[in-house]
Design a binder for this molecule. Structure first.
Ligand code: SAH
Length: 348
């Protein structure tokens, strides 16, 4: 069996310098190599034409080079949103999205192939978790999209398939590389990581003291209701999750985003709005209401427009910052994980 090669695009500059020296090359080659990978976004070793051929050969023998292969790209005729389907080296497929806003281009990446969190309304978790993504596989979603679209990516959200804090170590390496001044240099402040609420990892992330935004998928106004929608709530009490969010704010000074998917008749009543206020009113936060995107495997429905507005108004009256998430790319298989899923089911 062929020995598993090490993944070169997941290494930081220091590690790369060690690699270069171990291969008997001069130190400055590390910088060139890093630039090819993380600035010029090279698709293979062959493209790195200012590196000696013999060096490229040695690299190829010892290190795998991650470059995702685009297998589908759908562009919304409504708002220019683009959905990408990428194939990984082992045949797994993942989904990423490019969204165009006034303030710049934002990419939404997947952090895992599949997901094991089991949220009831989510399409990404229906097939379970296949595997974690490597740092390079998270990075390359951004790199390929920037290359293919020809446009600079300035913002990133980790809100695609997968639970980023269930792939914590790789996530951190990814974030360091993406925000590195020698790489694409995306500002930490332009990055959001969304989690279903893995308490000890939220606390660990807080201690990294990064300037990224934490988005917490709350989706319910009580522990009981949260359990109905999110199995992770059986593991972590809602109050402990919120305490971890308070801690995140205390450590980083970054306002928390709470995501709240409104599900018709389930979590969208006046009493829910009141209970939600009660839960979070002491937290420096912003609530993002997401009209649930119904999936065919479940019978959840969107709340009526007036109900969504009323929910928003009630929170606002209670002094809470709130927005309703604008739906992007409605015509191109909108909800998270749906493009990947329909591809895997063979009906593209
Ligand atoms: N695992 C991370 C990222 C998931 S996707 C997390 O749980 O936060 C990003 C957001 O979309 C989460 O808040 C998730 O709960 C929500 N979401 C997933 N499927 C949805 C759907 N069908 N309708 C509305 N929101 C959905």
């Amino acid at each position: 069996m062929e020995r598993e090669k090490k993944d070169i695009k997941s290494l930081d500059m220091g590690e790369l310098q060690n690699v270069v020296e171990a291969l008997g090359e001069k130190k400055f080659r590390a910088k060139q190599l890093y630039q090819w990978m993380h600035v010029k976004l090279a698709g293979s070793y062959e493209e790195m034409t200012n590196l000696p051929k013999s060096f490229r050969e040695k690299l190829r023998e010892e290190y795998s080079y991650t470059c995702l292969e685009m297998v589908d790209r759908k562009i919304s005729s409504i708002d220019g949103t683009e959905k990408y389907l990428f194939r990984l080296h082992d045949g797994n497929v993942i989904e990423s999205v490019l969204m165009r806003y006034h303030h710049g281009n934002s990419v939404c990446i997947s952090s895992q192939a599949g997901c094991r969190m089991g949220c009831r309304f989510c399409a990404s978790t229906l097939g379970g978790l296949t595997r974690n993504l490597l740092p390079s596989e998270m990075l390359d979603q951004v790199y390929r999209i920037q290359k293919i679209s020809g446009e600079r990516v300035s913002n990133l959200v980790v809100m695609g398939t997968g639970e980023p804090l269930d792939n914590y170590d790789n996530l951190l390496i990814f974030l360091k590389l993406l925000t590195d001044e020698n790489g694409l240099n995306i500002s930490q402040r332009n990055i959001t990581v969304s989690t279903c609420g893995i308490v000890e990892k939220i606390r660990a992330l807080a201690e990294e003291k990064l300037q990224i935004t934490l988005a917490l998928s709350l989706h319910a106004s009580s522990q009981e209701k949260r359990k109905e929608l999110m199995p992770i709530a059986y593991k972590y009490e809602i109050n402990d999750v919120l305490d971890a969010c308070r801690y995140y704010f205390a450590q980083t000074g970054r306002r928390i985003t709470f995501e709240y998917s409104l599900v018709g008749g389930v979590n969208d009543t006046d009493r829910d709005a009141a209970a939600l206020t009660e839960l979070i009113s002491d937290i420096n936060c912003h609530v993002n209401l997401i009209p649930v995107n119904p999936i065919k495997e479940r019978d959840y429905v969107q709340s009526k427009k007036q109900v969504i507005e009323a929910f928003k108004n009630k929170l606002e009256k209670n002094g809470i910052n709130v927005t309703i998430r604008r739906e992007m790319g409605r015509d191109i298989n909108g909800a998270c994980g749906q493009l990947r899923k329909s591809y895997m089911e063979g009906n593209r």
